[in-house]
Design a protein around this ligand. Structure first.
Ligand code: HEC
Ligand code: HEC
Length: 255
């Protein structure tokens, strides 16, 4: 399709020649120019994509394939996260600051998915929609020593993320109160082992990576277990608890 872009240039050159030559071909040449220059498929598709305002629903339905609150999603639940943080991450994925490292497969997947968002308006719409959703209960998946986790949080995290993990805009540090344990610990490991926060154009990520680079796996489990328990989303019953048969007495007392 790119070759069509050459056609208008060739046309202008031909028109100049034509004035000196056979004028009877002028209408034909103009017709060809009009077809390729104005009506070329690339020109039509480009302008149509820009002008169609997709509804919020059609935008977020695409995100929900991986970010809904059903079990076994490929991405984290984003419900109730701060709009500023969501937008900042969406922009990082969009401009390639995050999500281009093939060693970080889940992040890479999101780097592809973000292309569904066509412009700034759609990025804003998606961030605002997820920020407005009610936070979801989460299954506790990370075990650790809450006491040492609390001490570690107070001395190593609170300065940027706030005393109650509420987040601080002035340090560009997000709230940690909506994170599920599995995603939280996964991101901590990625910051520590260099899979996130290494891009020179990502000062926020770099600051966070430096802040946790010396933590041991134990310390990471402790701090994640503590934050999820103390400030995180309400606990959801595990799959096992949900599908365990009710005790016999309970069954009979219901009849
Ligand atoms: C194919 C699956 C998939 C789709 C579709 C998808 N995402 Fe993601 N998204 C992910 C995964 C996986 C991650 C976690 C990346 C990681 O592990 O670092 C993620 C991460 C994110 C994050 C970062 C969250 C954080 O806490 O830092 C945001 C924001 C986000 N996605 C927004 C969106 C939006 C908005 C859409 C819809 C346009 C969307 N995603 C569509 C898979 C997807
Ligand atoms: C010097 C400030 C600073 C310190 C200290 C710090 N963080 Fe962060 N943290 C940040 C910033 C900035 C970001 C946002 C990174 C980005 O934009 O990608 C962040 C991001 C995170 C994220 C990613 C959240 C998400 O949704 O993907 C987690 C998890 C996190 N921090 C946990 C912690 C924990 C736990 C500690 C203490 C052990 C800690 N941070 C210490 C500044 C800090």
């Amino acid at each position: 399709m790119r070759s069509f872009a050459l056609v208008p240039t060739v046309c202008v050159a031909k028109l100049i020649e034509v004035t000196a030559m056979q004028k009877q071909f002028l209408p034909t040449i103009l017709g060809i120019c009009f077809f390729f220059g104005v009506c070329s498929p690339s020109a039509r598709e480009g302008s149509a994509l820009e002008t169609v305002r997709r509804s919020t629903e059609s935008i977020v339905t695409e995100c929900a394939i991986c970010h809904s609150t059903k079990e076994a999603q490929r991405g984290p639940v984003l419900h109730g996260m701060d709009a500023w943080y969501l937008l900042s991450q969406i922009q990082k994925f969009h401009d390639g600051t995050r999500g281009q490292n093939t060693d970080n497969r889940s992040e890479y997947l999101m780097g592809i998915a973000v292309k569904k968002l066509r412009n700034k308006r759609e990025m804003n719409v998606a961030a605002k929609w997820f920020a407005k959703q009610k936070p979801m209960p989460a299954i506790r998946t990370v075990a650790g020593d809450a006491k040492s986790g609390a001490a570690l949080y107070a001395s190593r995290c609170a300065v940027c993320h706030g005393d109650k993990a509420e987040g601080k805009l002035d340090t560009a540090s997000p709230s940690l109160t909506k994170l599920e344990g599995w995603y939280f610990i996964d991101q901590m490991r990625k910051f520590r082992n260099g899979q996130r926060g290494q891009n020179a154009l990502d000062p926020g990520g770099q600051v966070m990576a430096a802040a946790v680079s010396d933590l041991t796996p134990h310390q990471i489990s402790d701090v994640v277990a503590y934050v999820v328990d103390a400030f995180g989303p309400p606990e959801a019953p595990s799959l096992r608890q949900r599908f365990l048969p009710l005790p016999l007495e309970t069954n009979s007392s219901r009849q």
